[in-house]
Write a protein that binds this ligand. Structure first.
Ligand code: ATP
Ligand code: MG
Length: 423
């Protein structure tokens, strides 16, 4: 993509409306544009990143047998009354009237849609297990939405739901999903101890749910890190002596008696949450299947949420530096940000064009800053946008057919002739 034709404007200063680092950086770099608090447009660079994050999530869900569907965002009131959540989730539901004075809401989550949908397909134990997921915009009337992409009122979510004949089958699929989630965070540059698997409270049917918490001072959640540095405990569990003893027991070896009192407290962002629902929703909708023994039973369900837009904000918070964004390869808008330093130097432009063509021919995604602009401006913008590699063609190198390369994350550089790449 030639920078000169791109739908993009970067700015030196952040908008006065934005207080969070992710929104300031992503706004300045022209990835997103705020319509109102918690509601954003994704511009070409931002949409490329969002799509890549969603592609990673999709691949990992497909790999464990999830089947992609798309459910409506517009919901009638009655399904929410069936589960009692029309009132219980009062604080987050956007409620309004449709044609014929009908009460409607926008989906903040989709148990109320997926459960009757499951019932329309599943009748017998032979139809189980099943797992379906969607990637969609969700709507929640969040009280505070000052954290940019971390807390949207309209935001992206991948939500998967699974149906099982037995608790053991749900347990096995749940464990598989937990592993798949960790592969997602690894691929997004948030692995290697950056994201903890955290025990959180489980509700009526199960001891715990699991949250995935990425460590950063800008996080709103407080978690306690277990001795292995890979697991954590959510604040809400800390006062539950029985649960604490149980969790510590599961991580034996890391603790002496009483050690749990010294657990380190850290701030973190919840980037995912998986939950065993049991038969709460299948019972609410009277959804039964006929088991092997001929008895009608309620399937047990699991739900598995992950937030691609919150992940985009989290990567911006965690992996950026004082000069701007730093994208991991898998989600970078482009792999290479190529730039010519002199638009009035024919050799410079000729070599820049050749490098651009050669990279594209090699299947490399490249953003080519071909504008007639100052070198300093181009360097600063490339650092702000944060593509993994920068390729610079200056007048001196152009004469010798040499391109200067810089790795955005490490700052390391090298000089290579046209046709050679540093990776
Ligand atoms: P929080 O406690 O941060 O409000 P939640 O526990 O209500 O989140 P879930 O219902 O578990 O969120 O949603 C699943 C995932 O969707 C979360 O782990 C998060 O990644 C994402 N998510 C939830 N709410 C938002 C939001 N307002 N903006 C962006 N992403 C969100
Ligand atoms: Mg949650």
């Amino acid at each position: 993509m030639r920078r000169s034709v791109m739908f993009l404007k970067t700015t030196r200063e952040a908008s006065a409306d934005e207080v969070s680092k992710n929104a300031q950086l992503l706004g300045r770099a022209g990835f997103v544009n705020q319509l109102m608090a918690g509601v954003y447009s994704y511009l070409p660079l931002g949409l490329r990143v969002l799509n890549k994050i969603e592609r990673v999530v999709r691949e990992e869900m497909d790999a464990i047998g999830g089947q992609e569907i798309l459910m409506p965002a517009l919901h009638p009131k009655d399904i929410w009354e069936t589960t009692g959540r029309w009132d219980k989730m009062e604080d987050v539901l956007f409620k309004f009237k449709g044609a014929g004075d009908r009460d409607l809401t926008l989906g903040p989550t989709h148990e109320e849609v997926v459960t009757p949908l499951g019932a329309s397909v599943i009748a017998s134990y032979r139809d189980l297990p099943k797992a379906v997921y969607q990637i969609q915009s969700k709507f929640r009337n969040e009280a505070r939405a000052k954290s940019g992409l971390l807390r949207g009122r309209e935001f992206r979510m991948k939500d998967m739901y699974s149906f099982h004949a037995t608790q053991e089958d749900l347990d096995a699929f749940y464990d598989k999903t937990l592993d798949a989630y960790m592969r997602v965070y690894d691929r997004l540059g948030l692995g290697g101890g950056r994201t903890l698997v955290t025990y959180a409270s489980g509700g009526a049917f199960t001891k715990y749910s699991h949250e995935f918490q990425t460590l950063t001072d800008s996080g709103e959640d407080r978690v306690y890190v277990l001795g292995d540095g890979r697991h954590g405990i959510n604040e809400e569990i800390l006062d539950d002596g029985g649960a604490m003893a149980d969790i510590i027991g599961r991580h034996k070896g890391s603790y002496a008696d009483g050690d749990e009192k010294k657990l380190e407290q850290v701030k973190a962002i919840e980037v995912g949450n998986i939950f065993k629902l049991g038969s709460r929703f299948s019972e609410a909708f009277g959804f039964k299947f006929l088991d092997k023994d001929g008895v009608a039973k309620y399937p047990v369900m699991g739900c598995y949420g992950i937030g691609p837009s919150r992940l985009m904000g989290t990567i911006a918070e965690v992996l950026s530096d004082e000069n701007g964004l730093v994208w991991p390869e898998d989600v970078a808008p482009y792999k290479v940000n190529l730039m010519t330093l002199r638009a009035d130097d024919a050799a410079c432009v000729a070599l820049g064009d050749k490098v651009y063509d050669a990279l594209q021919a090699a299947g490399v995604e490249v953003l080519y800053d071909d504008r007639d602009a100052r070198a300093g401006e181009k360097f600063a913008e490339a650092d702000l946008i944060g593509c993994p590699w920068q390729a610079v063609v200056g007048p001196k190198g152009a004469a010798a057919g040499i391109v200067e390369w810089k790795n955005r994350a490490t700052g390391e550089g090298c000089e290579l002739p046209l046709g050679s790449w540093p990776w």
